[in-house]
Design a protein around this ligand. Structure first.
Ligand code: ZN
Length: 284
């Protein structure tokens, strides 16, 4: 996951833009009249998210929606797809939110190319958050599809929210073990994580199948570097290769973050005696 500050854009901005070219003037008036409700919901969302209580909000709102469906629920969901994704003014806001992802990388897996915005809380169950910017996360097509419309049956069964969750605040938690091919990626919980947060980070890792996908991403990176690594080992021995790999890991950490998959891969290579002696000569 790539952490990112919540967007400054508000639901007032997305509502106005998504409604601007709406032909149906009655519907337009009706939706614009919901601005106060949407802004109140947005404030509540940010407040609950900052206190790590978004799950409680999601369950509560889902149950309310089940008992008393929002009178404009269907129109709000359509406003996302037709107004924000589909219409010119809305699309500008949509693209602005997508463009916030550092280096165009998916915030959920940290590698895929941004394809769309993922509703952190699903719009199907919670239409009040359908066009709420803090609920819209730039993601690749695969991650968006893998996550689906789930809310989770326990508080631990939730993917991480890039705008609010900070698993790597105190250091490394993503590791690559390299004692043979393929590379084995795993999560190592930080001492400051409680049981629920441990479950969530692992749930995120499993939901997006990150162990398998990171191993796949690693193939081209390792293959492209093996020739150079062999050359460094021949000329300067294993100490030179270790130093080179550590430097590459630190460079990745500075560019992509300490817990980016490619940073973990380079640290994994730098810490693998198997790679120095065998892996560098062995195709993946
Ligand atoms: Zn992704």
């Amino acid at each position: 996951m790539i952490p990112l500050a919540p967007p400054a854009m508000t639901v007032k901005d997305t509502l106005a833009a998504a409604c601007r070219r709406l032909q149906d003037t009655v519907l337009k008036k009706r939706l614009l009249a919901r601005e106060a409700d949407l802004s109140a919901a947005e404030k509540k969302y940010a407040c609950f998210a900052e206190q790590d209580r978004l799950y409680a909000l999601a369950i509560y709102e889902r149950d309310v929606e089940k008992k008393t469906p929002d009178r404009d629920g269907a129109q709000l969901k359509t406003l996302y797809s037709a107004g924000l994704v589909g219409r010119q003014d809305g699309r500008r806001k949509y693209d602005e939110l997508k463009a916030r992802a550092p280096l165009g990388r998916c915030l959920l897996c940290g590698n895929g190319e941004i394809g769309s915005l993922d509703h952190h809380l699903p719009k199907e169950a919670l239409p009040l958050y359908a066009i709420c910017p803090v609920n819209l996360v730039p993601a690749c097509g695969k991650c968006n599809q893998m996550k689906g419309d789930r809310i989770g049956t326990t508080a631990g069964q939730r993917t991480l929210h890039p705008y609010y969750d900070r698993p790597g605040q105190t250091g490394r938690y993503l590791f690559a073990d390299i004692t043979g091919w393929p590379v084995q990626f795993r999560i190592q919980a930080r001492p400051d994580w409680d049981a629920e947060f441990r479950a969530r980070v692992q749930y995120h890792f499993d939901t997006f199948q990150l162990a398998r996908r990171y191993a796949e991403f690693s193939v081209s990176v390792v293959t492209a570097n093996q020739w150079l690594h062999k050359k460094i080992r021949t000329e300067g021995g294993i100490p030179a290769l270790t130093a080179h790999l550590r430097e590459a890991a630190e460079q990745h950490a500075r560019t992509h973050g300490i817990n980016a998959w490619d940073t973990a891969l380079h640290f994994g290579l730098a810490e693998s005696t198997w790679y120095f002696h065998h892996g560098v000569d062995k195709a993946l």
